[in-house]
Write a protein that binds this ligand. Structure first.
Ligand code: AHR
Length: 517
């Protein structure tokens, strides 16, 4: 039997991650440093809204006759929900759609805007009624920063350059005049600009070498105007394509503010048959979590390449598409990517955010795909009905970490074992906010075991602990339009202070955020 002192020695000396089983009980040990220096950028809590399925049309942007509160055609119950979690930025108009989008089609009187076919997503007619001004109005209502992906695949450097000028220039120019004519005298000061999307695939099937040159060309003509210093984000690698990152870092380097990375968790690992969003076994749950946790490996390896070219970490890694991607719900358009959202999705979201925190020195921005009615959504709608998914509640709990200082952590976690395979049962992160308040977020991925966590908080001064928990009877549980609040946050009372130690009992498949007062 291992003793506590042996365990502590093991923790401090070797920082091993190991499994400790005491009878049926499982224990984890944690030490949290009282101070830190790396800021967790709030922009890792960003979201994504593509012209895809029911994300924009019948999501954010609704029929004028739908009986819900709206401003123009912007749906306000969605706006209110996203404001509550303090959404920091919203990426638009795609995704693959961005590389077929010509921004001039989406300005001016709606009745004059041309219609186009959305070739990527279901071949539906795009009427361009939601365009640049409507997106920026939405961002204003959300109080978030816009992140615009410009068209590199089928566009031109001039088109991108004029879009930037149209939005950001305040002086005398045809673009400024056009913006004024369309109702906005003042420039919008849009800083975040994606230069293409997935340029290795739907964004043009380019090689990394070819795209590097294209990036340099497009970026040259996208100028800074006034106070809007552009943060240009290069289209980055998919998953394990380390050659892409290497080439971009070598050929583009600090000409970019950020380099993106896309990683989706496919439950089966098979794009042809991804697996159901709701009907899955414990083995499928385990496999999915194993895949989701690979985000840590991916960021570690892409960052190591970036470190060689940029040791001072000036270029951000921007994970601007992530989340679980399952088969669509039965009876829905396969091109619309509409999927339900279970407690499993929330566990993925919380674990991924903990991974982003761990890499906060390099990961400065991220965007979950996608906000409303598409993939790992925060919000689902059905006509006038709207529900918040389990994933939404994670972003609600975790908002305390926005722009907070990351506190270094060491921990020993038991394993979650299934049929001879294992993953770490616990993942955790902690931060100190601007008021000096410490928040700790813990995730127990084990589907069957409660885990007792003992945290050594060293010199940290605190008097009491309060918390919130997100869990449910089964990892497959979802919120439905009939039962929209089956999964929601509740008060957590299984954390207590013992001297300067914090003891926590984490129920199986649960997410807890604690506040130390
Ligand atoms: O998010 C859905 C799609 O996934 C995006 O359009 C594309 O960039 C990615 O392949």
């Amino acid at each position: 039997m291992w003793t506590m002192s042996k365990l502590t020695l093991c923790l401090v000396g070797l920082m091993l991650v190991t499994s400790i089983q005491v009878g049926a009980q499982t224990k984890a040990i944690l030490t949290i440093e009282p101070e830190g220096s790396t800021i967790i950028s709030r922009h890792i809590y960003g979201h994504f809204a593509e012209h895809l399925g029911r994300s924009i049309y019948d999501g954010f942007w609704i029929d004028k006759d739908l009986p819900v509160k709206k401003q123009g055609r912007i749906r306000l119950d969605i706006v209110e929900a996203l404001k509550k979690i303090r959404i920091p930025n919203l990426r638009w108009p795609g995704g693959c759609f961005a590389d077929e989008y010509h921004w001039r089609d989406g300005i001016g009187p709606a009745k004059n805007r041309p219609k186009m076919v959305n070739t990527n997503w279901g071949g539906v007619i795009e009427d361009n009624s939601f365009g640049t001004h409507e997106f920026l109005e939405l961002c204003k209502l959300l109080n978030c920063e816009p992140y615009i992906s410009a068209n590199v695949g089928s566009g031109t450097p001039d088109e991108m350059s004029k879009w930037v000028e149209y939005l950001n220039f305040d002086g005398l120019s045809p673009m400024t005049e056009l913006r004024k004519k369309n109702g906005n005298a003042q420039p919008y000061h849009v800083s975040f600009w994606g230069v293409g999307n997935e340029s290795w695939g739907c964004g043009g099937n380019m090689t990394a070498e070819y795209y590097s040159n294209e990036y340099r060309r497009y970026a040259t003509f996208a100028k800074d105007y006034g106070s809007a210093k552009l943060k240009k984000i290069a289209a980055g690698a998919s998953d394990f394509d380390y050659h892409w990152t290497e080439t971009l870092m070598k050929n583009v380097g600090n000409r970019m503010w950020g380099l993106s990375l896309h990683y989706y968790t496919i439950p089966t690992g098979n794009w042809g048959k991804k697996g159901s969003a709701t009907g899955f076994s414990e083995q499928e749950y385990f496999n999915t979590m194993e895949r989701a946790l690979r985000m840590d490996e991916l960021i570690t390896k892409h960052s190591a390449i970036m470190d060689r070219y940029d040791p001072k970490k000036n270029v951000a890694l921007v994970v601007d598409e992530w989340g679980i991607w399952t088969d669509v719900e039965e009876g829905t358009n396969p091109g619309f990517l509409y999927q339900q959202n279970s407690l499993r999705d929330a566990l993925i979201a919380a674990s991924t955010l903990n991974i982003f925190h761990k890499h906060a020195d390099r990961v400065k921005m991220a965007n979950l795909a996608q906000t409303v009615n598409v993939l790992q959504a925060l919000i689902l709608t059905d006509k006038e009905k709207m529900l918040l998914t389990p994933t939404y509640y994670v972003f609600d709990m975790y908002k305390v970490h926005h722009d907070a200082k990351l506190l270094p952590i060491k921990f020993i976690t038991p394993d979650y074992q299934l049929n001879g395979r294992k993953i770490p049962a616990i993942n955790v992160s902690a931060s100190k906010d601007v008021n000096g308040v410490v928040h700790i977020s813990l995730v127990n991925l084990d589907a069957g075991n409660e885990i007792s966590v003992t945290a050594d908080l060293g010199d940290l001064k605190w008097n009491s602990v309060a918390g919130e928990i997100l869990t449910s009877a089964n990892v497959t549980d979802v919120n439905t339009f009939e039962r929209p609040y089956q999964i929601q946050l509740s008060k957590f009372d299984q954390a207590n202070k013992d001297g300067n130690r914090l003891n926590v009992k984490l129920p199986p498949h649960s997410i807890v955020t604690l506040t130390l007062n």
